[in-house]
Design a protein around this ligand. Sequence first.
Ligand SMILES: *Cc1c(COP(=O)(O)O)cnc(C)c1O
Length: 391
Amino acid sequence: MATHEIPLSRPDITELEEQMVLQTLRSGRLSIGPMVEQFEKLVAARAGCRHGVAVNSGTSGLHLALSALGIGPGDEVITTPFSFIASSNCILFVGATPKFVDICPTTLNMDPAKIQAAIGPKTRAILAVETFGNPAYMDQYAAIAARNEVPLIEDCCEALGCVYKGRPAGHFGRVGVFGFYPNKQITTGEGGMIVTDDHRLAEMCRSLRNQGRPLGHIAPSATNASGSWLKHERLGYNYRLPELNAALGVGQMRRLDEILEKRMRVAEHYVRRLAGHPHLALPTIDADTVMSWFVFIVRLSPSYTGEERDRVIAGLRRQEIGTNDYFPCIHLQPFYREQFGLGPGMYPIAESVSQRTLALPFYSSLTAREIDHVCQALEVMIKQENLSPRG
Ligand SMILES: *Cc1c(COP(=O)(O)O)cnc(C)c1O
């Protein structure tokens, strides 16, 4: 039995990243410099896109993507209720209204068959999430968006490096956004990246992240005192990614394939270990998908209640095993209920799934022994719940 704590996630950082951050620190250039530029190129290339715009979080990137597309008050954006809160909050930031569409119970992404019915005269975009790194239906979302002449915004914050029908995450939407919080596949501490093929959209995002400075603006330097540094053409923000964080990101991008490979091996070990368990559903992955594993989620069978799932989580935590209830439904969060009159029963599949899912410890250095220990503890907890009287 493992006697040490096994966290839910842990970044994979080596001496390469340490050296890159240290070099950047010593260079004296701490903002708007070569590391941001290099990081943008590396991530854009991985997404098969012409432009990358680095920002200080995935949430900031989503905010800018919606702003740059001109989405605002009175507009509706179609999205999933089963996600991290930011994929919906960004719609509120610009004053628009989220229109939720229920999910498919196997892939956990928005059900494409239900999107068309949700599209109305106020629909201005479809914002799709590659939930837990699974890109299922991205091509269908793009086709539905094109047919209805609205942009597809791809929240690929959980999906860096995954490939669907030969196309990488970030390449399906008019614009895509990656996130680099420490629990993602790669991290910059905090950070995000907007990717797009649309030059004007990229320039608008660059201006908005940098206080609304003129399009095509370059940082001031000894040789480029253009005087435009204090010109602000539109309401902008400070969403810039610092050079130190970008340096960490460049190091991580150089090791991306190695990191994804290690995560794949951990996921495969979990699948081998838990496959066939009578009370557990494991992630479903289409044949034409190369997953980029963000987290490892298991789902208790439909006979289990939310309270029983919560007790399994509490039991694992008592044994110092990191776990969480990814994700509570967005439409059931207090301020969404209040502001939009939402409540239980509106998106029944998302609600049913979210009551029974839990995330297990997942990171590249997780050992086979640790995985076995986690699975054993999980099996014991499930059995206990199964034996306890139902009320
Ligand atoms: C991580 C994540 C984000 C962005 O999160 P930040 O912490 O702001 O970088 C956005 N959407 C989804 C679905 C995410 O998982």
